[in-house]
Design a protein around this ligand. Structure first.
Ligand SMILES: Cc1cc2nc3c(=O)[nH]c(=O)nc-3n(C[C@H](O)[C@H](O)[C@H](O)COP(=O)(O)O)c2cc1C
Length: 324
């Protein structure tokens, strides 16, 4: 299937693996890229630009296909060395970058000059248009159902994607809530040129996370995510657990007076404990409503091949019948 996204990134299938903190290591990105999608290393999971350079080199040793790096600009306790990370990306010969969290305008000229294609992740039409106007090559339109940070507008993809199609000229992919071929076809029908998946890729053989995380995804339903940090305007969709319930109780109790320090125990430094050690109740970790659609742990190749086969069967079978 050729789309503007497969052409832009030089990939076989219009499927991207979104950056994921403490999941997007070289193993994850290489497995997705080897399966014909676009794998993404999560830049800030690497503690320093040198570590990112080493991770890029590790990924390159595992795949000769294109892969990308995610750079996230979100509120954090200490500002990361973004110029250093960008230098590591450029020097590492990476040609695709997924930016997220904040306007990447400041960093675009250096990346463009190095021939890097930039896909910016946005949760609204107005941010998507901004990304287009500053020169991003594509947008990942992240609906309210997504795992991670859905923004503050709460517009789900059934509305957000066709709205993006009304306004955007650059290509976009559907992100948030996607796990199967039916949804790829629906995304294409609504104007997207492909899909971006996060949560679905965690429940794969190659995802370099503790088995407890994969089992938690299999055991969860679409009713099991919660939105945290809304009072801080840093909303995150996470899988419910006792730490999340504690956090939500604090939000209720403290109301508008809540500060980041009040919830630091439930959110700071949680990812290595969850993803590496499998201590599932250590805190709040991003997870999408799409868990309700995840019932197995395939290899990335079987997952991607299955999605493409299902999409093809729907387009040539069920949908073709409606056009007859
Ligand atoms: C565990 C986890 C960690 C994530 N970390 C990041 C991150 O560091 N930066 C980022 O831009 N997006 C992050 N995301 C969001 C994903 O890249 C993607 O946009 C989102 O998962 C799509 O929604 P889905 O989970 O319904 O597929 C994360 C998502 C998950 C599930």
């Amino acid at each position: 299937m050729k789309t503007r996204i497969t052409e832009l990134f030089g990939i076989e299938h219009p499927i991207i693996q979104g950056g994921m903190h403490f999941v997007g290591f070289a193993e994850m990105a290489a497995a997705v890229s080897n399966a014909g999608g676009l794998g993404i290393i999560t830049g800030l999971t690497q503690r320093t630009p040198d570590d990112l350079a080493a991770e890029i080199a590790r990924c390159r040793a595992m795949t000769d296909k294109p892969f990308g790096v995610n750079l996230t600009f979100l509120p954090s306790l200490a500002t990361p060395d973004y110029p250093g990370y960008i230098k590591a990306i450029i020097d590492g010969g990476v040609k695709a970058v997924e930016t997220a969290g904040n306007n990447p305008a400041k960093w675009l000229p250096a990346m463009k000059e190095a021939g890097i294609k930039v896909i910016h992740k946005c949760t609204s039409v107005r941010h998507s248009l901004k990304a287009e106007s500053i020169g991003c090559d594509a947008v990942s339109v992240d609906g309210f159902e997504c795992g991670g940070h859905p923004g503050e507008d709460d517009v789900p993809n059934f509305i957000l994607l066709p709205r993006a199609a009304e306004e955007l000229t650059i290509p976009f992919v559907a992100s948030g809530g996607v796990a199967n071929g039916k949804q790829l076809v629906a995304a294409l029908a609504m104007g997207a040129e492909g899909i971006n998946m996060g949560t679905r890729f965690i429940a794969t053989v190659e995802a370099p996370v503790h088995d407890n995380v994969k089992q938690a995804i299999l055991n969860a339903s679409e009713l099991d995510t919660r939105l945290v940090m809304r009072p801080l305007r840093n909303t995150e969709r996470v899988l419910n657990n006792p730490a999340v319930e504690r956090l939500l109780a604090k939000e209720k109790e403290l109301g508008a007076a809540i500060k980041f320090e009040d919830i630091i125990e439930e959110v700071a430094g949680v990812y290595p404990k969850i993803m590496k050690d499998g201590t599932m109740e250590a805190g709040a970790w991003s997870c999408g409503m799409v868990v309700g659609l995840i019932h197995d742990i395939p290899t990335c190749k079987d997952l991607i091949d299955g999605i493409m086969a299902e999409a093809h069967a729907i387009i040539t079978g069920r949908l073709a019948r409606f056009a007859a």
